[in-house]
Write a protein that binds this ligand. Structure first.
Ligand SMILES: [Zn+2]
Length: 268
């Protein structure tokens, strides 16, 4: 079993929310084999050895890959700020190595990225091309699917499995995250009409905000049509110190009866 400092957490990544809070991404070593549920909570401190306090979350979050500190704690004073993530799993508690968001970014970097995103959202609103939907981020850690994973090889045996949706991890995807895309070609809004009863390939390009991060093979669900699109590829534009302001995405429409349509997404 791996046993480095901070295990089973991998390195944390940071981004700024549109309102000025901090988003903290984390990842868990796929070898970590404590049974779920895994409860995550975000903590902050003023130095590595400080007493860490909980960000105002009273209860742990489950089935997520990032946590948010809604407060603009960072730029208030000339102070150091460290975050770490707590994991409670099977009566044990684990902590990630404390990390500083400002180690890689300064205030100007964050302001610049936020401005690009705000301008983009403003442009979508003005042109009426924003489409509201949900992002389904594919799970890469969690309980291995008992239905379709080969114990020894760990390979996915059944792409239509309704326990893991073909990912090999129980549940398949993290909880849906509201995510707008800019439909600059109009294809997302039109696909329903042009493809009625006609299962041809529909590939489109769209623009999305760089927060949260988009991964290849994540899905985007159109709230109004319930259509599910797989992200074939995405390119960050522009990318500042490893954090993308926006993504250019190539997406393909997935047709019924693909198992992803069994994944429940409720419109808030
Ligand atoms: Zn499965």
């Amino acid at each position: 079993m791996s046993n480095y400092e901070g295990w089973p957490f991998k390195q944390l990544f940071f981004d700024a929310t549109m309102k000025g809070g901090t988003i903290v991404y984390f990842a868990i070593d796929p070898e970590f084999d404590k049974p779920e549920p895994w409860g995550f909570r975000l903590q902050y401190g003023r130095s590595v050895n400080d007493t860490f306090e909980y960000v105002d979350e009273d209860y742990p979050a489950y089935n997520v890959c990032f946590l948010i500190d809604p407060l603009q704690r960072l730029w208030n004073r000339d102070i150091e700020l460290y975050y770490r993530v707590e994991l409670e799993a099977y009566n044990d508690t684990y902590y990630s190595v404390p990390q500083r968001p400002t180690q890689y970014w300064n205030k100007l970097d964050w302001a610049y990225t936020r401005r690009i995103r705000r301008d983009k959202v403003w442009e979508w609103m003005k042109m009426g091309i924003g489409v509201r939907g949900a992002l389904l981020k594919r799970k890469i850690w969690g309980d291995k699917c008992p239905q379709c994973t080969d114990e020894r090889m760990g390979t996915v045996m059944n792409a239509s499995c309704e326990t893991c949706y073909g990912t090999g991890i129980v549940g398949g995807y993290f909880d849906p995250i509201e995510y707008w895309i800019g439909d600059e070609t109009g294809s997302v809004r039109q696909s329903k009409r042009t493809n009625m009863g006609n299962k041809q390939d529909v590939k489109i390009q769209a623009v999305g905000l760089g927060c949260p991060w988009i991964g290849q093979y994540d899905y985007w669900v159109n709230y109004s049509s319930d259509e599910r699109w797989v992200i074939d590829s995405r390119k960050p534009i522009p990318k500042l110190r490893n954090v993308p302001a926006l993504f250019h995405m190539n997406m393909s429409l997935v047709h019924h009866p693909n198992v992803i349509y069994k994944f429940e997404v409720t419109t808030p």
